[in-house]
Write a protein that binds this ligand. Structure first.
Ligand code: KIV
Ligand code: ZN
Length: 508
């Protein structure tokens, strides 16, 4: 069979719903709309835009995405309750292709301890939920939460009943990331063989990555009959995350000889979308992450480099350009103009709006004044920090000075502005300049916080490289991420602290 005639696997992206449940990854409306548009350009079949009843912000995001994004199916999550389903429909009704996704836990452990419901009651509630949703929407997905730990007989019973009630997709979640590939394959095989009306619905798979097996489990499900895979960009999600979209897509494509399926994904958009999600959420992609990590295509060993020069396929199973990775040796400097910067940003995968380009250009000029040569790594870090920061700029850094004395607390002066008003503080406190930066910012903004994570990386080679700070703070039990870039590490830290503070809803 030619590849164009091969059957398709639908890609269901849940970055904006399950992915947003990663600690510190919450996004505002504008950010969600930008990501939804990028997912649509990437070619995903279904966008799960949120959980409308969860909060007014979630509702508005699903509603706006339903109103503006054309192409993919737009999906909203609901528990099996009338209020949830009605609220989901209220947000989704504007879409050309809406889907309501209802879920109810089915495993014995969830039935007994979480829901305190009998098996019979679960079936009745699931059927009632699907029927309620079906009254308003044709496209209904049902998920038996914790399906991977549900008794096979009971799972078959629930799946048959919800298809009978009108579900067009049945999604099989491994909610706690407990399954192994053989186990997941067996679950799907059982459903395919034992549920009499299974051909009336599409089987979907939804795996969490607690054992690092989400992609492998999803592939096993595909081999046994699943035709929709639920996944997130960069694999973000609760705890260890979800099945990573880029990995499952490239596994299906690279091993087409084995799987024999196509997807609608424009793979050249994978790296750009990965970078967009990372900058927006502040969640870094690990260097050695498959497909989109910085080292994914870097060949270090001499013997590999030698082989690559002679024939790339000796050590390369995918071409970097197929996933949107472009290599340039060009260097920008202080005489480079806006057009050159915009062009380079595009090559790096960022299609900047006029306003974003202006912010990035101003920062680029500041950097280029201090640093002769500006490399791709520097440009990417500048863009990522600007995308993370500019959408919600409330507290801004105006100036600072720090005087370090060995064995003594630094003397720190900090000047911030907010809504056109200037605020200043001077203190002599802290274990070093970064600690002092945190203490001064906390005092001046009145926002108490604990630093949960603090990382500093050089964005290129040389001792004049930019320092890129990524951090997360905890405030009132919630985590917020920040990013800052500068040739001065204290300045980068202050910008990162402020970008995290600016994401706290009470600050906005
Ligand atoms: O992991 C899970 O069970 C879910 C469902 C709501 C599909 O995210
Ligand atoms: Zn999930």
């Amino acid at each position: 069979m030619s590849t164009t005639e091969q059957p398709k696997i639908r890609i269901f992206d849940t970055t904006l719903r399950d992915g947003e449940q990663s600690p510190g990854a919450s996004m505002n409306l504008e950010e969600k709309l930008t990501i939804a548009a990028a997912l649509s350009d990437l070619g995903v079949d279904i966008i799960e835009a949120g959980f409308p009843i969860a909060s007014p912000g979630d509702f508005e995001a699903v509603e706006q995405i339903a109103k503006t994004i054309r192409g993919p199916v737009i999906c909203g999550l609901a528990r099996c309750s009338d209020q949830d389903i009605d609220r989901a429909w209220e947000a989704l009704k504007h879409s050309h292709s809406p889907r309501i996704h209802v879920f109810l836990a089915t495993s014995a452990i969830h039935r007994e301890f979480k829901l305190k419901m009998t098996a019979d009651e679960i079936v009745l509630r699931a059927v009632a939920g699907v029927k309620r949703a079906k009254r308003v929407c044709d496209d209904i997905e049902f998920s038996p939460e914790d399906a991977a730990r549900t008794e096979p007989d009971f799972l078959c019973r629930v799946v048959e009943a919800v298809i009978q009630a009108g579900a067009t997709t049945v999604n099989i979640p491994d909610t706690v990331g407990y399954a192994t590939p053989a186990h997941m394959g067996r679950v799907i095989h059982t459903l395919k063989n034992r549920v009499p009306n299974i051909d009336k619905a599409i089987i979907s798979i939804h795996c969490h990555n607690d054992l690092g097996l989400a992609v492998a489990n999803s592939l096993a499900a595909v081999e046994n009959g699943a035709r929709q895979v639920e996944c997130t960009i960069n694999g973000i999600g609760e705890r260890a995350g979800n099945c990573s979209l880029e990995e499952i897509v490239m596994a299906l494509r690279t091993r087409n000889d084995h799987y024999g399926f196509q997807t609608n994904i424009v793979t050249k958009r994978l790296v750009p979308v990965s970078r967009l999600v990372s900058s927006t959420t502040g969640l870094d992609v690990q260097r050695n992450k498959a497909i989109v990590g910085r080292n994914a295509f870097a060949h270090e060993a001499g013997i590999h480099q030698d082989g690559m020069l002679k024939e790339p396929s000796t050590y390369e199973i995918m071409r970097p350009e197929d996933v949107g990775l472009v290599k340039t040796d060009l260097v920008l400097g202080k005489h480079s103009g806006r057009a050159a910067l915009s062009d380079r940003a595009k090559q790096l995968g960022f299609d900047l709006t006029g306003e974003q380009l202006q912010a990035v250009f101003e920062e680029f000029k500041r950097v280029a004044d201090r640093k002769k040569e500006v490399y791709d790594g520097d440009i990417m870090a500048i863009i990522q920090s600007q995308l993370h920061g500019t959408l919600t700029e409330h507290w801004e850094l105006s100036d600072f000075a720090v005087h370090l004395r060995r064995g003594k607390s630094p003397m720190f002066q900090l000047k911030l502005s907010r809504a056109g008003e200037s605020h200043e503080i001077e203190l002599e406190d802290g274990e070093g300049p970064i600690d002092a930066a945190f203490l001064a910012t906390e005092k001046l903004t009145g926002v108490p916080m604990n630093c949960r994570e603090f990382k500093i990386n050089a964005t290129s080679l040389g001792h004049d490289a930019l320092g890129e700070v990524t951090l997360s703070i905890e405030h009132n039990g919630h985590e917020y991420r920040g990013r800052g870039v500068s040739t001065d590490c204290v300045e980068a830290s202050l910008v990162a602290i402020l970008s995290a503070i600016n994401r706290i809803p009470s600050v906005q």
